[in-house]
Design a protein around this ligand. Structure first.
Ligand SMILES: NC(=O)c1ccc[n+]([C@@H]2O[C@H](COP(=O)([O-])OP(=O)(O)OC[C@H]3O[C@@H](n4cnc5c(N)ncnc54)[C@H](OP(=O)(O)O)[C@@H]3O)[C@@H](O)[C@H]2O)c1
Length: 337
């Protein structure tokens, strides 16, 4: 190992609105050495995910928030470069929540193996990782769609949404994806086999839902909140179900926006809303990982990765999540496989 310098991105200040360059600082330290029971890992891919924005905000959250000067949190796919544990050997590929940094020495029980037989190693934090698990359990365990149901998913071309829609198709749903460009909308239909798509930036979401599914929306997988969710709620079918996965349209807001206020539809349609976290289903993740891998091998699930080259570019790539710059699962390539 010739490298001696480890680089890490910290949160320099809390963002106001969209994260900007001045909210991040690059700090250097010596590459650590693993001691007894630890492994030294080198980051290959850093996963960038919307939830990180929530950690940059002060105030209540389901997890600890960052303070200025703290390293940005996040999960990476990494290679073991030194092992002082019997659990792993040099060269093994793992994933670990070490944050935005190039190297880390961590207890061996803080890393998880990435099985290259299931798919390319980058998918360990994508379709076969946290976003894939979110899609699988949010759809199959929270929404529990039935064949013939109309399923609507927002942020549909993204890491979670694209998997939701495709598992919906496997389960016999009529799938409508909502996304932010014509290119993304065409991809949903032409590549992923969705039945309909709506560009929320140029089309009237409510009117398009009526056109595409006149009998209403049975299940809605909500990744974004805001006006898109208001429009879906207006079109809920009898006994409609909504899973609140994320509310990305609200993450940069200084104060939470009001709404939705059209809850009378919930009474009229005897509908339900339920929030969930991917970790609620952690004990079952391994089963889902193998099932999704098999669907990929069968050609029933396709996935798209948006890989930004270079650790230096992590902050700007992250900010792009909130503008829809990413097309597929957003990763930063930190070093060569
Ligand atoms: N509950 C859980 O355990 C859990 C786990 C993972 C993720 N999540 C949530 O799932 C959602 C999707 O995450 P992901 O990793 O799959 O991200 P992603 O969809 O790959 O990327 C985010 C996408 O959100 C869309 N977006 C950004 N701002 C928007 C706005 N104001 N209105 C509408 N769409 C907007 C953009 O796509 P367009 O171009 O289409 O606008 C952007 O590409 C996020 O809300 C995230 O927090 C929840």
């Amino acid at each position: 190992m010739s490298e001696t310098v480890n680089r890490a991105w910290t949160m320099a200040s809390r963002p106001e609105g969209e994260p900007a360059a001045e909210n991040f600082a690059l700090v250097e330290s010596p590459v650590p050495v693993a001691i007894h029971g630890e492994v030294l890992i080198r980051t290959l891919y850093l996963s960038l995910d919307p939830y990180m924005r929530g950690r940059m905000r002060g105030g209540p959250s389901y997890a600890a928030t960052l303070e200025p000067g703290d390293m940005m949190i996040g999960e990476v796919v990494a290679r073991i470069e030194q092992s002082e544990s019997t659990l792993y050997k040099v060269g093994d590929i793992v994933r670990s929540s070490i944050g935005w940094q190039e190297w880390a020495a961590v207890p061996a029980h803080d890393v998880r193996p990435v099985n290259p037989d299931l798919g390319p190693i980058s998918t360990g934090v994508g379709v076969l990782g946290m976003p894939g698990m979110t899609a699988y359990f949010g759809l199959l365990e929270v929404l529990k769609p039935r064949a013939g149901d109309t399923l609507v998913v927002s942020a549909a071309s993204g890491a979670v949404g694209a998997v939701v829609g495709q598992i919906g198709k496997i389960n016999g749903c009529f799938v409508i994806g909502v996304a932010g460009s014509d290119e993304k909308c065409a991809y949903l239909i032409d590549e992923l086999g969705f039945d309909g798509s709506i560009n929320y930036k140029t089309q009237d979401v409510s009117a398009e839902l009526v056109r595409l599914s006149p009998s209403g929306v049975n299940v809605y997988f909500d990744n974004v909140g805001g006006p898109i969710t208001d429009a879906v709620m207006e079109n809920l079918a009898f006994k409609g179900r909504i899973a609140i996965c994320g509310q990305i349209s609200q993450y940069n807001a200084a104060t939470p926006q009001m709404g939705p206020r059209n809850f009378s539809v919930m009474t009229r349609m005897r509908a339900r809303i339920e929030g969930f976290l991917v970790y609620d289903f952690e004990l079952q993740h391994e089963i889902a990982r193998v099932r999704i891998s098999n669907w990929i091998k069968d050609g029933r699930i396709k996935y798209k990765e948006d890989i930004v080259d270079g650790f230096d570019n992590a902050p700007s790539a992250f900010a792009g999540l909130f503008r829809g710059d990413n097309f597929g699962k957003l990763l930063v390539k930190v070093s060569d496989e």
